[in-house]
Design a protein around this ligand. Structure first.
Ligand code: NAI
Length: 403
């Protein structure tokens, strides 16, 4: 079939197998070349760094999780297991990008002699936890690092069978701010009604630290975490402009819960001298972030400002910097006053934030976005779904079942 991009309300309904493979290959090439030959202080060569050799990635098929898998495997030759939720392709329907990415990643990793496999299914369920435990036992023995990078709209609680939904809403009062539609590129007003108390609780159930803790308890009990093992979950803080809908909204409450869980997990991990951290990452276009109201407008301004200052990074660069200069640098892991690792440091520089704020004030409802890089945001959004690569012929008939 001829696969074209179809986007509905910032959600891509299709993905291109050839382009997804290209996306994964490009990220791998970037990591391999930096691991061996980098002369950049922020992306050092990996020689002598104590990077993990056996890694479990929960949510490792797209975005920050995929980048974590790529950095672990191709900077340092780690064996990896991914857990993600995917739709498989059929003769006339494309798979999720995560499925194509995973097929491409595992094919390339295996050719290089690395162990690489996936458990596709609901990471919140007990069955998937059991299947992963068996897989670790069979393939890796134990793991040295567990990355928690799930972004999900809902969670079935395995203990009660209840389904919780996460929402992106302010708390207490209605929030109105400018936003931008990725497709029309027109700035418009977004108004979001506040969440009910129940919605706040449910969002914390989905995106907070409860499931992360269940995973770590489970793996500890089964003796599948190696001595000195580490677990890292990803969080976001962002600028004041997005506080009402992000950090002080429903998702912010969930992130607070996730961040508080890290200290509790570190306590539990003492038995194996392990540690749990939350890393606060930069705002980047992923399947999850594109649907957060107001955030695409912020990202368009942020991308432009960071590119002008030579500080823009994509997910893989963020994770490479996180692994090599913060988590596994042979020095004590630096944290902020709340114990969080900060790889959003460049995004949060006051010179960057002030310039974003200045440009935000220039935007007008009903007009195209000005002084921002919507093109760059859109390009990354297309590429994470396998579209927008100039040397791929998208008019060619391809079998969606073959990567
Ligand atoms: P993403 O949408 O690219 O990746 C989410 C991953 O979770 C995918 O692999 C997906 O298959 C998997 N997943 C979702 N539901 C699942 C389920 N029930 N069972 C198994 N796998 C499931 O999202 P992104 O943006 O990479 O987010 C990952 C984490 O990073 C989230 O915690 C997010 O809040 C955080 N983060 C994201 C930032 C951004 O700007 N994109 C910034 C800072 C943190």
């Amino acid at each position: 079939m001829i696969i074209t991009k179809k986007v509905l309300r910032n959600v891509s309904l299709t993905a291109h197998p050839v382009g997804c493979r290209r996306y994964v290959e490009d990220q791998i090439a970037w990591v391999e070349s930096h691991a061996k030959h980098s002369t950049q202080e922020h992306y050092p060569q990996i020689e002598n760094l104590p990077l993990p050799k056996r890694v479990l990635i929960l949510g490792g098929s797209t975005g920050y999780g995929l980048s974590s898998r790529i950095v672990a495997a191709f900077a340092n030759g780690a064996d990896t297991i991914n857990v993600s939720f995917e739709r498989e392709p059929s003769e006339n329907k494309t798979a999720t990008p995560g499925w194509y990415n995973t097929m491409a990643f595992e094919d390339i990793a295996k050719r290089k002699g690395l162990k690489a496999s996936s458990v596709f299914g609901d990471a919140f369920s007990t069955q998937v936890k059991e299947a992963v435990a068996q897989r670790i036992q069979d393939e890796l023995g134990q793991v040295d690092l567990v990355i928690y990078s799930l972004a999900s709209p809902l969670r079935n609680d395995p203990a009660t069978g209840q389904t919780y939904k996460s929402v992106l809403k302010p708390i207490g009062k209605t929030f109105s701010a400018l936003s931008v539609d990725l497709e029309s590129e027109i700035v418009k007003q977004a108004t979001i009604e506040p969440a009910t108390e129940e919605q706040v609780t449910e969002t914390v159930k989905v995106m907070g630290g409860e499931d992360w803790s269940l995973w770590i308890d489970f793996l500890l009990k089964k003796h599948l975490l190696a001595k000195d093992a580490m677990t890292v979950a990803y969080s976001y803080i962002g600028p004041r402009i997005t506080y009402p809908v992000y950090r002080e909204g429903t998702i912010g409450k969930a992130k607070e819960h996730l961040e508080n869980s890290a200290a509790q997990l570190t306590n539990k991990l003492k038995a194996i001298n392990g540690k749990a951290y939350v890393s606060v990452n930069k705002a980047l276009v992923t399947r999850a972030s594109a649907v957060i109201p107001v955030v695409p407008l912020y990202m368009a301004l942020l991308y432009q400002v960071m590119k002008e200052k030579g500080l823009h990074e994509h997910c893989t660069q963020q994770i490479y910097r996180l692994f090599t200069t913060l988590l596994y640098s042979n020095k004590a892991i630096p944290t902020d006053s709340e114990g969080r690792v900060r790889v959003d440091d460049w995004e949060m520089l006051s010179e960057i934030q002030q310039e974003v704020e200045r440009r935000w004030a220039l935007q007008q409802e009903g007009k195209p976005l000005v002084q921002g890089d919507l093109g760059g945001v859109w390009e990354e959004y297309e590429q994470i779904h396998g579209f927008g690569f100039s040397d791929i012929d998208y008019t060619k008939d391809v079998d969606p079942r073959i990567v």
